[in-house]
Design a protein around this ligand. Structure first.
Ligand SMILES: O=P(O)(O)OC[C@H]1O[C@](O)(CO)[C@@H](O)[C@@H]1O
Length: 567
């Protein structure tokens, strides 16, 4: 049934009026007026503490936003998703990544199948395999234990596992090093292969479709490289496994059926790290820690399903985002993890949020009445402070920030963690408070500056402040807390998609470029160049073809420094 755009609701009109008033507020004043403000606008669930008090909100704002969520049917859509309804309408698929972290015995049938049994059968298969590799019982073609795991995949078949392996590196196995190859650019694989011993390397070819061009190219290159050194094709089964929904394509590639770890079309790529796509994570941290990751996500799922909307962590995070995006018109959201091990989290969220909600039509194909997903970007916090935080503090655009940190460090180096937390908390305070002319000139006077110097410098020393942020605290970056954190953002993305009226589970926007790349690839390889290209693209193709011809004309070995490892 077509859903009403949120902008047509009575609550939206009330929110517009309320926003006109909120534009006059200074958060610093709101804090001064209400000593309980931080308490009123914070919440803890599944081991995650969210302080959202440094936003341009009051109690009425939250009440209106929650009413908007109700009117948009967030609870009904959530229940439909968990129950296995085909809410991915353009692909006619259920959306059941939550079923991947449900405990054994949880009842859920889809098209007559007990999918809990299917999920746990694959988890058992993954456990058996990862235990063998980790204990050294899994031997390579020369009888040695594995030392290197190379995950070849892209998008959801790369970003989630890579992010989680980095986040949980203190839990890593001492003998095993994880590598992630995603880019079609040969520089990625070319830099790695010479560092590997094929006899102790395990390649995981991770691709839901098993047709993704970048992954297939990298997989073929890895296979050729391996066979050059160990020409027995029978040895491949000790060194190549696949994770996919496409059994025929995996078999056609030459991967043994017993080396394939399946998953299902009801798992979206960007929601797949909980499935067999997480094999590289399980190999790195072991089954028990992987189970804790799933359990942490499941705890957040339960909270999302059971908590009232006004005390519901993902719902509130989503609503604050809607407030910033659709009322204050903030076009981007910066993610600032104050934890080095979360360095890939912003990139992971880019796919999660922007591939899910970076759209301009509603589920029924009608144009959205209001813009949806903001641009998601960011980097680890203290590094960002010395790069782009200048813009966050004094730039013309207001950029809301999500600060994420852990109260306990995963190391024992003295002093570092206190400094890290101090920086994290100082940034959100500075963004919110800002600095006015009176404060800035008093400071400069105290430093002994002359009146003309103060007048000249004053405009540069002002901070507008009133810049919004959320702060998320974890006790430690453990597997369970990481699981909850990821699930929090998954459900935030879902709730926002419901309010915007979007199908958050398709990604048609990636197709056009793929099709054109195929054609241009053929043209670069020598096929006649179409006269349908614009003059810019035509010119670029001509230059690339000329460069290839020139390269071919060079004497052997002169063109590439890495010729020894090219396939
Ligand atoms: O796992 P696959 O099928 O190789 O897809 C990789 C990625 O490519 C995309 O389909 C986008 O092209 C993503 O949605 C997906 O995560």
């Amino acid at each position: 049934m077509p859903r009403m755009p949120f902008t047509a609701s009575a609550t939206h009109t009330a929110l517009m009026d309320h926003h006109a008033r909120a534009c006059q507020w200074r958060m610093a004043d709101l804090f001064a007026q209400d000593p309980l403000r931080a308490q009123a606008f914070s919440l803890e669930a599944a081991g995650l503490f969210l302080d959202y008090s440094k936003n341009r909100i009051d109690r009425t704002t939250v009440a209106l936003l929650v009413a908007l969520a109700r009117e948009c049917g967030v609870a009904q859509q959530r229940d439909a998703m968990f129950a296995g309804a085909r809410i991915n309408t353009t692909e006619n698929r259920a959306v059941l990544h939550t079923a991947l972290r449900a405990p054994r015995g949880h009842t859920l049938r889809l098209d007559g199948r007990d999918i809990n049994a299917d999920v746990h059968a694959v988890l058992d298969q993954m456990r058996l395999f990862s235990d063998q590799v980790r204990t050294g019982a899994w031997r390579g073609c020369q009888g040695q234990a594995m030392t290197d795991i190379v995950n070849i995949g892209i998008g959801g078949s790369d970003l989630g596992p890579k992010m989680a392996c980095q986040a949980l590196r203190p839990y890593g196995h001492p003998r095993l090093t994880s590598h992630f190859i995603s880019n079609a650019d040969g520089n990625d694989l070319a830099a790695l292969l010479p560092r590997l011993n094929p006899a102790t390397t395990l390649f995981i070819i991770a691709s839901k479709t098993f047709t993704t061009a970048e992954t297939m190219m990298n997989a073929q290159t890895a296979r050729t490289w391996f066979l050059r050194q160990h020409p027995h094709t029978g040895d491949l089964k000790k060194h190549f496994v696949a994770v996919s929904t496409n059994t025929p394509a995996v078999q056609a590639f030459g991967i043994a059926p017993e080396n394939m770890f399946p998953f299902w079309d009801w798992v979206g790529g960007r929601y797949s790290l909980w499935s067999a796509i997480g094999l590289s994570i399980m190999l790195a941290i072991g089954f028990d820690h992987f189970a804790q990751l799933l359990a942490g996500a499941h705890a957040l799922d339960r909270h999302f399903q059971e908590a009232p909307l006004e005390r519901n962590l993902p719902v509130l995070l989503a609503l604050i985002g809607i407030w910033n995006r659709n009322y204050f018109q903030d076009a981007s959201l910066s993610i600032a993890p104050y934890h080095q091990d979360l360095k890939y989290f912003p990139a992971y969220l880019q796919q999660l949020e922007m591939e899910s909600n970076g759209k301009q039509v509603a589920c029924d194909g009608t144009p959205l009445a209001a813009p949806a997903c903001p641009v998601i970007w960011g980097n680890v916090g203290t590094n960002g402070q010395h790069a782009y935080f200048q813009l966050l503090h004094q730039g013309a655009d207001v950029v809301p920030v999500d600060f994420i940190t852990a109260l306990q460090p995963a190391h024992d180096l003295p002093g570092h963690h206190t400094a890290l937390l101090a920086n994290c908390f100082a940034q959100s305070e500075a963004l919110m408070l800002g600095k006015n002319a009176g404060q800035a000139s008093a400071e400069m006077q105290a430093e002994g500056n002359s009146a003309p110097a103060i007048a000249a410098l004053l405009p540069h020393k002002l901070f507008p402040g009133n810049r919004p942020s959320n702060t998320l605290l974890l006790e430690t970056l453990s597997p369970a807390r990481l699981g909850a954190l990821i699930a929090l953002y998954e459900h935030k993305t879902f709730v926002q998609g419901v309010i915007w009226g979007i199908n958050s589970f398709d990604q048609w926007g990636v197709e056009l470029g793929k099709v054109l790349a195929k054609q241009i690839h053929a043209e670069l390889a020598g096929a006649a160049v179409s006269n349908q290209h614009d003059s810019s693209t035509h010119g670029l193709i001509a230059r690339a073809r000329a460069a290839t011809l020139q390269e071919k004309a060079l004497p052997d070995g002169a063109s590439r420094s890495r010729s020894s490892i090219s396939p």
